[in-house]
Design a protein around this ligand. Structure first.
Ligand code: FEO
Ligand code: CA
Ligand code: CA
Ligand code: CA
Length: 677
């Protein structure tokens, strides 16, 4: 039951069935309403969204592909507060856009230009729908609404000026034509998971930014095959790399030219070229959601990779703070940042919130996780003085800032554990254990070949979990949720214990090899992605971004009441190999879920991923994002709504036009109770 609310039973709702309907489905007794969708105006003078491809002025509208999200309370008279159940701000990531062959086709009247060069006017729209938003929301009786003309509303795009903060500020790696002294960069990109600091600011993770930068086909030699080439390759930019949208083709203006990182100027120090533009992306960005006059800050000490969420471990006065993070790409790593400064509770309510961020997030140590077969693990510090890093043959680190900017290479050097795509993480408020969603990994196979594939290990033990009964190597199709219990030192611990909370699987899959958590039809899920514990109820909410089970159900959100690391059992998985021998892998699975400890709560519309989770402090309103409904629509069908795979949210009565739109929904309980009871 909920503390202080003895009549409410946690997970008291009836689970929702798997669904292929083009609708948001929630349990009986709950209401889900659309609150804030792509294109909605964020100023009083911005025209209503027509949703027919002719809209412009996206710098003053909701962006696309709503992703991670945090709630920041306001008092009745509009002051920042950690409470504030009736009025607050949602800070939202607008990650990306629904596209085909370069064009974000739903944004343009006839689907846009699918060849290079792209027209500047189309690029300008596509750039502006990326980034961040702050939008005020208020409770009006039983309903919630967003405030179109709130003075708090804010858009941040890939062109908004930002500060480089922490160890890489002013470093040679940050020198660009835009910022010859390496202290600033423009904008944020492909923002995925989020975090909320103990001092009430917003953290946003930059994920798949690499794919927006182009690189010429002779750039390796043009750079003299120097160390920057090794860095670019490690971050997914081999020479000749093309971009997702061709933004670099819009013209000679810096705002287009910057996306081609092979462009050079005349100066020897690089201060007039674009080669370091990509070093300005890939960070945890801190933004003060309450103060739009302040530039956001890129916190370089937290490392540069495909960031997801940033979860603070248990906050203890007088102890350093720990921030946990995943790098979402196949066979990438899990990281922990530990602040140099120890936590002072007075900082929670300081008026200069970004100065508090400077104190805790600009100085500290970055660690990477190594998971052992016996259920223990180590945090390995990524220090330039570590002999494995200092002497790394594949990349010569210049200084500690270089280690943060090239954290993937440093993690390679120390032999960290390659994971099954670490998506979001979140800390269980009941016991401080940290949960990591490992969404899936097609490159986890029993018989690896080439450097991109990895054999199963204890923490990533499933190498083929094909739910359709095939024995071909398809990797870890359904993903799992791993959890970590820190050693006695808490935030500064360098050793930990771990197990797997849940393995994603179809309920009907083989119990001994695939459905290791014994999921039933009311619980089964595939590809966990978003994960967040409720501060109000302690419920562990997780959300799916799946391609493996979408023939049976749209993506979903599940509610769990987990136990703790070590409450389950050891299991051994056996993989037959082509030479006739068997590969066996031991792993540790948490206590099996029961109908009372794990229930499906929501299923989304066709083609959508469920993501983003924020709630009012009382737990009575929950905000969730529906990302890219209808994304599997063919661009050629943009003029024919009958051929859209989804018409949500217009089919839920929201807004003009039938083009599908990413949107934030708000979920309330009809009896006024807390969400998940
Ligand atoms: Fe944007 Fe890895 O999710
Ligand atoms: Ca995600
Ligand atoms: Ca995902
Ligand atoms: Ca996504």
């Amino acid at each position: 039951t909920v503390p202080g609310a003895p009549t409410e039973k946690l997970l008291g709702f009836n689970p929702v069935a798997k669904s292929l309907a083009d609708a948001v489905v929630v349990p009986a007794g709950y209401t889900a309403s659309v609150l804030y969708a792509l294109g909605d105006p964020l100023t009083g003078s911005t025209p209503a969204f027509k949703n027919d491809g002719t809209d412009s002025d996206f710098e003053n509208r909701a962006g696309d592909h709503h992703d991670g999200m945090e709630y920041f309370g306001l008092t009745a008279d509009g002051k920042p507060t950690f409470s504030g159940n009736d009025r607050g701000l949602l800070a939202i990531n607008h990650e990306a856009t629904t596209d085909e062959k370069l064009s974000s086709f739903f944004l343009h009247p006839n689907g846009g230009t699918m060849t290079l060069p792209r027209p500047a006017a189309e690029i300008d729209k596509e750039v502006a729908i990326h980034g961040l938003a702050v939008v005020e929301v208020r409770r009006n009786g039983a309903k919630w609404e967003y405030i179109k003309d709130s003075a708090f509303n804010r858009r941040v795009t890939p062109l908004t000026e930002m500060d480089i903060s922490g160890p890489a500020r002013g470093n040679a790696l940050m020198v660009t034509k835009y910022s010859p002294n390496g202290t600033k960069t423009r904008g944020t990109l492909n923002n995925c998971g989020t975090g909320k600091t103990p001092w009430n600011t917003f953290l946003s993770g930059e994920e798949n930014w690499s794919g927006y930068f182009s690189r010429g086909s002779a750039d390796d030699a043009a750079r003299g095959n120097d160390k920057s080439v090794a860095s670019l390759r490690r971050y997914g930019r081999s020479q000749g790399a093309t971009t997702r949208h061709g933004w670099e083709t819009g013209g000679s203006d810096d705002k287009y030219a910057r996306w081609d990182i092979s462009k050079t100027g005349a100066s020897a120090d690089g201060s007039d070229d674009y080669r370091n533009e990509m070093n300005g992306m890939g960070y945890i960005v801190e933004m003060d959601a309450y103060d739009k006059t302040r530039l956001a800050k890129k916190r370089t000490a937290l490392g540069r990779f495909a960031h997801e969420s940033a979860a603070f471990g248990k906050v203890v006065a007088g102890q350093p703070l720990a921030v946990y993070m995943g790098d979402d790409s196949r066979n990438e790593y899990i990281f922990k940042f530990v602040s140099t400064a120890v936590w002072s509770a007075a900082d929670a309510t300081a008026s200069d919130r970004l100065a508090v961020g400077d104190k805790y997030l600009d100085n500290g140590k970055l660690y990477v996780a190594k998971f052992n077969a016996d259920g223990t693990g180590q945090w390995i510090e990524l220090s330039v003085t570590n002999p494995a890093i200092a002497g790394y043959a594949s990349y010569k680190f210049a200084d500690q800032a270089d280690v943060f900017v090239n954290a993937r290479l440093a993690a390679d050097a120390v032999g960290a554990t390659k994971m099954d795509r670490p998506e979001w993480c979140s800390t269980n408020p009941a016991n401080g254990e940290i949960y990591f969603a490992l969404t899936n990994n097609s490159n986890r196979v029993a018989e690896p070949s080439g450097s991109s594939q990895s054999a199963p290990d204890a923490a990533n033990p499933r190498a083929y979990t094909d739910m359709k009964g095939s024995s071909t190597q398809r990797g870890n199709v359904n993903g799992h949720i791993l959890r970590v219990r820190e050693g006695a030192a808490g935030s500064t611990a360098t050793s930990f214990n771990w197990d797997v909370y849940l393995f994603g699987a179809e309920a009907k899959a083989a119990a001994a090899t695939v459905n290791l958590s014994g999921l039933t039809e009311d619980q089964d899920f595939s590809s966990p992605d978003g994960i967040a514990f409720s501060a109000a109820t302690g419920i562990c909410w997780f959300q799916t971004d799946d391609g493996a089970y979408t023939d049976v159900t749209n993506c979903m959100m599940v509610a769990g009441i987990p136990g703790q690391v070590g409450d389950g059992k050891k299991v051994t998985l056996t993989y037959p190999r082509s030479n006739g021998s068997n590969l066996t892998v031991d792993t540790y699975v948490g206590k099996a879920a029961t109908p009372d400890t794990l229930k499906r709560f929501l299923v989304g519309p066709v083609g959508s991923e469920i993501t983003g989770l924020a709630e009012t402090p009382d737990g009575k309103a929950m905000f969730v994002n529906i990302q890219h409904p209808g994304e599997n629509t063919a661009a050629a069908n943009v003029a024919d709504p009958s051929k859209y795979t989804s018409q949500w949210p217009s089919n839920a009565g929201y807004g003009a036009g039938k083009r599908p739109r990413s949107a934030t929904i708000v979920i309330t309980k009809n009896d006024g109770g807390r969400i998940g009871t």
